[in-house]
Write a new protein. Structure first.
Length: 83
């Protein structure tokens, strides 16, 4: 039995394949899978209004959220999580 650290684990982690498909099809849906619906739409709007420049930050945030959600649940407005 693993030691308890007080951080809730994620028993319904999204697979890499699913994350990539939703990233390519519709970025907000990928964030919705992690309970970050509004954040996904904000990233999409920011990308549109900046001519795609915010899309670079959105890609980095998306990958970091994917990596972290493999271990634990991410917060609704958690940007660029590291662990």
């Amino acid at each position: 039995m693993p030691p308890t650290t007080g951080i809730p684990t994620n028993n319904s982690a999204v697979s890499a394949g699913t994350a990539i498909v939703w990233f390519l099809c519709c970025l907000p849906v990928g964030f919705m899978q992690w309970g970050q619906s509004a954040k996904g739409w904000i990233w999409l709007l920011a990308s549109i209004f900046t001519g795609g420049l915010a899309g670079i930050a959105a890609i980095i945030d998306y990958w970091m959220c994917f990596s972290v959600q493999q271990k634990r649940k991410v917060g609704e407005w958690e940007f660029f999580p590291s662990r």
